[in-house]
Design a protein around this ligand. Structure first.
Ligand SMILES: Cc1ncc(COP(=O)(O)O)c(C=O)c1O
Length: 442
């Protein structure tokens, strides 16, 4: 049974006031609040365990290492990865995507130079079976990475940077979306893959439109074309039960702070064979096997991608956040948030001159639990957000780090309300009352 009053007591910040009014926190897509269970566990680790991980022979270091590696196992279980070796800790979704962009594009560039040479051999290329290698590294001058028109800048800019660095070997193309914010479906997708496409990187759930992409179908289609897929799960991991084996994605990224965990910690899942063959992202301690002036060799994944001291207290905090969500039950969380989102969309229909952005079916669809973006009449999103704030309601305004999407929609920004496991229908009533009140001021 989902006891919302009990849940809310785990998040003391929710009972504070702003401007003399009870806080209504609806900016969860930006970051979520943290339960006591996470905060207490992190405080306890700093108070009683703290020591650097992996390198120490002493008791505290081993205890800290155990907590850190237990967190990796918790993440593995949470997304149903095959092995803990497939779980790389990063600073967040952004760093996870930068890691793949950098290593994948470097690998493509290196190996395509190699395939332009007769009988070339390179360590990474050897890890591919030769038929697969020949198919992957064609003797052509350019490879393509596909993203979509609904991506967060974190899933656009890293690819653009790598394309520039590759000196023309890699280019970035984008999949279009329909006017109501959906990607091409089924066989319509075929036309966007060609013999040069090597990777598709896309959001599971849009941080603006709330579109829940049919990710399993898209991955299947991409694989039919020999294209690897990275899933940006920043907006799905907190809301939807993920299963990377069932999805069959090659990479998946998410951030701890958007799912009740601490800031500065995130996860990159990568299939073992990909993590084995890609070159390291950053160099430093922890990620090496042996270092000498002549030659340096690297650790196996995941340590190969984790240079330097990791935020081992944050990994423990992330594990506690996952355990917290699991204790409530991912299905219960999903159901609760769907009810909230549906209620919000229904109530918003009553607001004069409101425009809601995103798939029309969101309004009817009980499967929907993403953020809700809207504008009212010609009220600027910043004015709406600022005045709602004065009523104690925290929403986000602006382009939401998705300027190409804003250009596609022909707007400069939206107001966005986004929900978490602790929100209530009463809070949505406050939001709708607030929007009506602000609207009457203009
Ligand atoms: C879809 C999506 N991708 C990536 C990110 C970047 O996440 P982070 O800033 O935690 O790295 C966000 C953050 O809002 C997001 O919504």
């Amino acid at each position: 049974m989902y006891d919302i009053s009990k849940v809310r007591t785990d998040f003391p910040i929710l009972s504070r006031e702003v401007y003399g009014r009870p806080l209504v926190y609806l900016d969860n897509a930006a970051t979520t609040q943290k339960p006591l269970q996470v905060l207490d566990a992190m405080r306890e680790e700093y108070l009683n365990v703290n020591a650097n991980v992996h390198r120490g022979v002493h008791y505290l270091s081993q205890q800290a290492t155990d907590l850190h590696e237990a967190a990796r196992e918790t993440v593995r279980r949470f997304i149903n990865a095959r092995k803990t070796e497939e779980i790389v800790f990063t600073r967040g979704t952004t760093e996870a995507i930068n890691l793949v962009a950098s290593s994948f594009c470097q690998w493509l560039t290196l190996n395509s130079q190699l395939s332009d040479r007769p009988n070339g051999t390179l360590a990474q290329a050897r890890t591919l079976r030769s038929a697969q290698r020949d198919a992957f590294f064609r003797k052509n001058s350019q490879y393509e990475v596909l993203v979509t028109d609904m991506e967060h800048h974190s899933n656009i800019v890293p690819w653009q940077l790598e394309a520039q660095r590759s000196g023309g070997k890699v280019i970035v193309r984008h999949l279009p979306i329909s006017d109501d914010g959906q990607l091409p479906q089924g066989d319509e997708l075929d036309q966007y893959f060609n013999e040069n496409t090597r990777l598709l990187s896309l959001a599971h759930v849009s941080n603006v439109l709330g579109t829940v992409n049919p990710i399993a179908d898209i991955i299947k289609k991409a694989h039919e074309h020999g294209v690897a897929v990275l899933v940006d799960a920043a907006q799905s991991a907190p809301h939807i039960q993920l299963d990377v084996q069932q999805l069959d994605c090659d990479f998946l990224a998410f951030s701890g702070h958007k799912m009740y965990g601490p800031t500065g910690i995130g996860v990159l899942y990568g299939k073992e064979e990909w993590l084995e063959r890609l070159p390291p992202y950053q160099g430093g301690g922890e990620m090496i096997d042996r270092v000498s002036w002549d030659k340096t060799t690297f650790e196996r994944p995941p340590l190969k991608f984790e240079a330097g001291t990791p935020d081992y207290v944050a990994t423990h905090g992330l594990a506690k956040a996952i355990e917290y969500m699991e204790s409530l039950g991912m299905e219960n969380i999903e159901q609760h948030e769907r009810d909230l989102t549906r209620y919000c969309l229904e109530q918003m229909q009553t607001i004069p001159n409101i425009r809601i952005f995103g798939p029309m079916f969101n309004v009817q669809c009980s499967m929907f639990n993403g953020p809700v973006s809207f504008l009212v009449g010609d009220i600027h999103h910043l004015d709406m957000g600022t005045l709602l704030d004065r009523l104690g309601i925290a929403v986000r305004t602006g382009h939401h780090c998705a300027q190409p999407l804003m250009n596609r929609l022909g707007i400069t920004g939206t107001v966005r309300a986004s929900f978490a496991l602790y929100n209530t229908k009463e809070e949505i009533d406050r939001l709708v009352e607030g929007i009506n009140r602000v609207s009457k001021m203009f």
